[in-house]
Design a protein around this ligand. Structure first.
Ligand code: AMP
Length: 498
């Protein structure tokens, strides 16, 4: 099957051809003709299935006719996070070349004034997070009565984030006669209720991610001590010794831990970025862009980054903290092993994490093998002179560290008190549904080969497979190191504000 049989316009087909895609994915093949026939669609599909283009391509075709009116967008796409919203906009930019469509983003962290100016000019496609959208409607700067087509993307993620009441309010502001496209990875009862209320005789399309994406992920756990420096020592050791490490996302449970670990890795000479919900939008976008382009091989992230983001080829995922919710584990390790590539996921497990590990293993239906021979012990880091002493937990003096430090450890959730309260009402970090819910468990991977570091300590000069970069310029190395074998991107100093 090729794209030409789906009913897309010539302009859109040309843009698709320019990207090099020749065959529609199953969700595209099944959804696009129904969207073009103006049917409601209920798509049960995860990120990575090509679901974004499944609505972007037919929308571009539909929007070729007609014009936008001031403050009355023609179509609306709701996304749970700013990053996802920005990614959808990128797809409109990519496939919409040659069309003069106004595509606007309404997301937190960007000035209201600029967004208002765009709305006044008339918008064909409005891509928004629910909170910021409602802020605009409440200020009277936005009317949803002209919306002909509504997309609700990542609905189960919206549920997790506490956005469902907002979604219901928004749906009621849009004419009943609209077309609705609804995408979710799972169908918990609350989502089923919403689909029954807001979709009209939808075409139901269900696709699963290709089994190869998950089957290719080799999963391991490593026991570590409970002291914060135990984990950091072990992580550096793993990073230096991991086989075939090209890039990695390192997940932490808390924003504060993201900031601390980022600084620690930087101090130890790793080329690293950070991503969590309290960073301002430009810093988040910059970090993500650098990671996506391969300019920084390591990204320390909170769960904001775990779902939905399109990062095509991550070779490794590290759970610096074992997630408290088993479904978060599934989503985190889903960042690697995508599109049939091999991937490795390694979790650092303390004695306090045993309960969470049991829940994870139950969810994925497999036990995760231990990597033996990696017990915390003295590590020769003479090539990286920063002592572990300097990275013990402390009040971070960074912008976020200082705010979070006074509150103590904070899971990235709206319960984070004062700091949350300072945000615009609607853009507060979302509330996780109590007890979580089961995500689509990906089939667990067979344990692939993993070579634990051999008894001698790591080599003094890290190699490419060991993602370490040279010292930061301000920290002179204890001895000159030969970095000639390292690719340039690992040598580039990176500054990301956290
Ligand atoms: P999504 O599920 O929308 O996040 O898409 C996942 C990835 O698949 C993105 O990198 C898309 O650019 C890519 N993609 C979308 N459609 C196709 C296609 N027909 N063939 C190959 N890759 C695609």
């Amino acid at each position: 099957m090729s794209f030409t049989h789906l009913g897309l316009s010539d302009k859109v087909l040309a843009a698709v051809a320019a990207t090099g895609y020749t065959t529609p994915t199953p969700i595209q093949e099944q959804a696009i003709p129904h969207v073009l026939a103006r049917r409601d669609v209920l798509g049960i599909a995860q990120t990575g299935t090509g679901k974004t283009a499944a609505f972007v391509l037919p929308m571009l075709t539909i929007l070729e006719k007609g014009r936008a009116r001031a403050r009355m967008p023609r179509t609306l796409i709701l996304e749970p996070t700013r990053e996802l919203a920005a990614q959808v906009k990128e797809q409109f930019d990519k496939y919409g070349v040659g069309q003069k469509l106004n595509v606007a983003l309404l997301i937190g962290g960007v000035s209201f004034g600029d967004q208002d100016t765009k709305l006044t000019r008339g918008v064909d496609v409005l891509i928004a997070t629910p909170g910021r959208l409602l802020d605009h409607t409440e200020r009277g700067g936005l009317l949803l009565t002209g919306v002909e087509l509504l997309v609700i993307d990542e609905a189960d993620r919206m549920l997790d984030m506490g956005f469902i009441p907002d979604i219901e309010r928004i749906c009621k502001m849009i004419p009943f006669t609209r077309q609705t496209l609804f995408f979710t990875a799972t169908m918990p009862p609350e989502i089923r209720r919403i689909t029954e209320t807001f979709l009209h005789n939808p075409e139901k399309i269900e696709v699963s991610r290709p089994a190869t994406t998950a089957v290719g992920v080799a999963q391991f756990q490593v026991s570590v001590g409970r002291e914060p420096h135990d984990k950091r020592d072990m992580l550096r050791r793993l990073l230096r010794d991991a086989k075939d490490l090209q890039n990695a996302i390192i997940f932490c449970n808390r924003k504060r831990e993201v900031a601390l670990l980022y600084k620690s890795l930087q101090k130890h000479g790793f080329s690293v970025g950070a991503l969590h919900g309290d960073m301002d939008q430009s810093a988040r976008t910059a970090a993500l862009d650098q990671f996506r382009k391969g300019e920084i091989p390591l990204l320390v992230a909170s769960d904001v980054a775990a779902r939905g983001l399109d990062i095509p080829s991550t070779s490794h995922v590290f759970n610096f903290d074992v997630p408290h919710h088993a479904d978060d584990y599934v989503h985190r390790i889903g960042r690697t092993g995508r599109a049939g590539r091999a991937g490795t996921a390694i979790s650092l497990v303390t004695s306090l994490d045993q309960k969470s590990m049991v829940a994870i293993e139950k969810l994925i239906g497999q036990s995760i093998p231990q990597v033996e021979g990696l017990e915390a012990g003295p590590i020769d880091e003479s090539a990286t002179p920063a002592s572990t002493e300097t990275e013990r937990p402390r009040q971070s003096r960074g912008r976020h560290g200082s705010r979070e430090g006074s509150r103590g450890a904070s899971r990235e959730s709206p319960r984070d008190g004062a700091q949350e309260a300072r945000k615009p009402r609607r853009e507060r970090e979302p509330r996780r549904a109590a007890g979580g819910r089961n995500a689509n468990p990906q089939p667990a991977a067979p344990a692939a080969e993993f070579t634990p570091p051999s008894a001698p300590p790591p080599s003094r000069t890290p190699s490419i497979g060991r993602a370490a970069a040279p010292k930061a310029p301000q920290e002179p190395a204890s001895e000159p190191a030969d970095h000639s074998h390292l690719p340039a991107f690992l040598l580039r100093p990176v500054r990301v504000r956290v």
